[in-house]
Design a protein around this ligand. Sequence first.
Ligand code: GLA
Length: 408
Amino acid sequence: MKRVALALIPMLLSVAATVHAQKFEDLAQTPPMGWNSWNHFGCDVTEQLIRETADAMVSSGMRGAGYRYVNIDDCWHGERDADGFIQPDPERFPSGMKALADYVHSRGLKLGIYSDAGWETCAAQPGSRGYEYQDALTYARWGIDYLKYDWCNIAGLNAEGAYQTMARAIAAAGRPVVFSLCEWGSNRPWEWAREIGHLWRTTGDITACWDCEVDHGSWSSWGVLRILDLQDGLRIHAGPGHWNDPDMMEVGNGMSESEDRGHFSMWAMLAAPMIAGNDLRTMSEETRRILTNSEVIAVNQDALGIQGFKYSDDGDLEIWFKPLAEEDWAVCILNRGPSARKVEFTWQGEPVADDFSGRETLFKARLYRIRDLWSGDDLGTTRQTLEAEVPEHDVLMMRLTRLLEPGE
Ligand code: GLA
């Protein structure tokens, strides 16, 4: 009898560990890629939009380029039923979420949903406060793969505790879900969220401009450069399975083509989640080409998962480096300013070293081939001085591929 009881202990411990595990560890090993409804559609979400977006993700080549998650943001909600189970809005989602998830899955994609740690979401829909386990179970039953969890109407809640509760609820529900924390960096989630979720917002909301602040009264939304500047110092907290999230992309939402290219390139350099925020059904060929540039995406999705860093900055012109697997590097020259800038960069005179990753370019000892990731041009090697002109509000983004010397 006693021996039987003892034999049960490891099993019981492993059950307890499963229930208390706070996140599914093997998800989001590279930054999540997908689409989210909010930036373009706001509260105007329907099952038809989601189905058409899933279709467009396939037909546009975005699925082929690596995008997987189709994420419904705020305003999908109906009311809770008599037992407290949340329902989707019956008019906007008449077939129900399970049928929608089945459809999205049949297209080789995954479905994401949105809730809030407080009593109501930011758009005054029912929040998950007090219903965390029930909501996580509902999402699992529907077949949801990704949860963005917001931070409005939280009066008095402790952020770490509130996000931990939902992480445990997701774990208890048992379906692997990417957990995206959206508390805008207010409580420094990079310091505590690594064991709780797979990505955390670092700032307030993005808006589709290069460098502006839009004042909404009690809060502001921020242009691409403002958000970029707010990432300073955070890269040491990111890595496979736990990413800084500078917000969903605004590519195709009204900036110029070069600004969209700059935005997309910098999100790649930041190892940021690549969540498109435009209307995929009607996007222009220019937008489609930006979002599906496989060589820029490869920088973002690099297996090392190291966020890039700013190496130099003369005001308008910044040079960023990102260590890549197999001793490659990505380099992005960002021209923030309103006029074109000439650049001369003598690689061999630049001591590029990254304390965080322990990587150095060693340009004097090592030779790299240079490829322009937007034009596809071969730009020679790091033996020559790079001479280029970067147009206003644009980038020159390159991959340096190490060439082994004879005998190496
Ligand atoms: C907050 C989030 C946004 C979006 C809206 C929805 O502002 O930061 O990304 O989810 O709520 O209401």
